[in-house]
Write a protein that binds this ligand. Sequence first.
Ligand code: BTN
Length: 310
Amino acid sequence: MVDLLSLLEEAGDKPLSGAVIGRRLGLTRAAVHKRIARLRAQGHLIEGAPRIGYLLKRHSDRPSSGDYKPGWGRPFHYFETIPSTQDAAKLAAAQGTPEGALFIAERQTAGRGRLGRRWDSPAGGLWYSLLLRPNLAPSAAPGLALAAALDWARLLEKRGLPARVKWPNDVWIGRRKLGGILTEMSSEADRVQWVVLGIGVNVNNPVPKGLLTPGVSLKGAKGKNWSRADLLSEWMARFAETYAGYLKGGFPTIRKEFERLSLLRGRDARFELEGRGVLGRVLGVDAEGRLRIRSGGREQTISVGDVRPA
Ligand code: BTN
């Protein structure tokens, strides 16, 4: 069903009366009034004049359903508070929801990261899960997270921030983590059924202190508030293209860019290898997106695990 914000967006510069909105959304005038008040409280600038109606003058920085190209970001599910967008997306995936569905939350109470870690998700960040149904072998799916991280680094680079990808799927600025990607999927033996990319980026939110990996937000890095709506719509547009290329040509289509923006390439780092902590030099990534390292005089590739700059 259309939501009130989308209705106001569609109307453009034509005011919509409470009665018309009520009819379209099946609400009483009082309920319309309440929802308008809620949108204003979220920061949307909505003008209202008696007998004329309501007019959306300016969005808050909150992403909304009209921001993406056709087929992406629809259905659009926005939650004020939810345990984890990842669970909502996985449930929808199992129920047959189409590719491109987007689940986004103002805050999560049980956000989770890779390797079972907790992911703090207070208001002001971008916490979202994107449902994909790629025609790929299961072994090629993890590369989608590398692609997603790369598109974040590229869009921030364009905005003057030295963001880097840290294998496998983090985005860092300097020595601090800005965001990360959690990939969950369901597959048959040789084909992926669905992938949910769960993406968390610290934007205007406070970043908790004392994390295992020190964190940073965009606001902290640049000293200003950012529009989450603009950031997400640009990422969605970029990723739609990167994804289309990846479906045709796999990881080689992004390998060069991934290496160009790699935090660790040519640097020493610590790895988990077969349960042991190892120190080595990062050489780059191979054609499948695995990390190439030299350690103890031997070149090896790593496909899962944790890596930190030494
Ligand atoms: C990581 O760096 O470990 C990955 C973090 C992924 C966090 C995002 S926020 C949106 C989605 N919902 C979750 O519960 N987790 C992911």
